[in-house]
Design a protein around this ligand. Structure first.
Ligand code: SF4
Length: 342
């Protein structure tokens, strides 16, 4: 093969600072997975590529850029002409970092890490964002779709168990286009769609058969909170509930291999916020009643005030032990049987 090999490409990424290694987070409780044999599993995107459907989806997704409604903000700008909406992104994909991550949920991390790709910019723009340099300021480097595909394949070559797409919503067309390149380079690990939960059904349906693992946040159960802390996204609760139900329909409950590595399914993250701003009790009831009590939920306690949180007295502190215990009690009372605590 002429030109750089994939291993060369991976090392170029290391040298460019795109492949730092993140240390493991201690003390995680393992989730329960329904087990299937690894040799009986194939990533779902291979079937769509073979049938020609993946190429068709790339075309459909790219056409959305012309009058952008990739997310519920529905800005209507022509991103192909360089116009930008709330997410401040054109149709060129920008990547902030890429690395094997050992701080994600245990079924994603395994022994060799989750192949995490952080996309620059975001459609939610939360006031307390812990990655604000990437999500708000847009730190990162532009990349062609082909280079993004090579990056995915390089992650697999490093041994990562999956490709973990962080904040993918505003660049889905580039990701699916890049996936086609990665498949030609031998990609065979699951795609993880690691999003804020603010996703339109139209786009999710175009991802049906492409994504094996959905990893959405559920941020707020009250629209007034979403409006105040996430740039006016008042419809967040109903949008996220419908989106997560669609994700569940597509991939079902969490399934993994003989070693407990996730292969397919829904994993929901919920960050407990001070003063119950996130609406944890309503959230756990929604999961138990609409998705099923055995749905995997990660109830996260690590909120810390970042970015503009200090402008809101109620957000300017970490949660207390009592607040977290209350969240766990709500989850138990709702009947959830597969939630992880940290
Ligand atoms: S993806 Fe960006 S430009 Fe498109 S609708 Fe959402 S916020 Fe607006």
């Amino acid at each position: 093969m002429d030109g750089p090999t994939r291993r060369d490409f991976a090392w170029t990424m290391v040298e460019a600072g795109l492949f730092p290694v993140v240390e493991a987070a201690p003390g995680r409780n393992p989730a329960r997975l329904r087990m299937i044999r690894r040799k009986e599993w194939r990533p779902c995107y291979l079937a769509l590529e073979s049938s020609g459907e993946l190429a068709r989806r790339v075309g459909l997704l790219h056409s959305i850029y012309r009058e952008c409604h990739l997310c519920p903000r529905q800005c209507g700008v022509n991103r192909l002409k360089g116009e930008t909406g709330i997410c401040r992104s054109t149709s060129r994909v920008k990547v902030a970092s890429a690395h094997p991550h050992f701080g994600e949920e245990a079924p994603l991390v395994g022994r060799r890490g989750s192949g995490t790709i952080f996309f620059s910019n975001c459609n939610l723009r939360c006031e307390y964002c812990q990655n604000w340099e990437i999500s708000h300021r847009g730190d990162g480097s532009y990349m062609s779709d082909e280079a993004l595909g090579r990056l995915m394949a390089a992650m697999q070559d490093r041994g990562c168990h999956n490709i973990n797409l962080v904040t993918p919503t505003h660049c889905v067309p580039n990701i699916v286009s890049a996936l086609r390149t990665a498949i030609t380079l031998g990609l065979r690990v699951p795609l993880v769609y690691n999003c804020g939960g603010y996703e339109p059904l139209e786009v999710l349906r175009l991802l049906d058969g492409i994504v094996d693992i959905y990893l959405p946040d559920f941020k707020y159960a009250d629209g007034a909170m979403a409006e105040k802390y996430s740039a006016g996204a008042r419809d967040y609760p109903e949008v996220a509930m419908a989106a997560i139900a669609e994700m569940r329909r597509q991939v079902g409950n969490l399934t993994g291999d003989e070693d407990g590595i996730a292969l397919r399914g829904l994993m929901i993250r919920h960050l407990v916020l001070p003063d119950n701003i996130a609406g944890t009790e309503k959230f756990v009831r929604f999961v138990a009643e609409k998705l099923g009590p055995d749905t995997y939920v990660n109830l996260m306690s690590q909120y810390r005030p970042e970015h503009r949180a200090r402008h809101y007295p109620e957000l300017a502190r970490r949660i207390t032990g009592a607040e977290y215990r209350q969240a766990i009690n709500w989850a138990r009372k709702a009947g959830l049987t597969n939630f992880e605590t940290q």
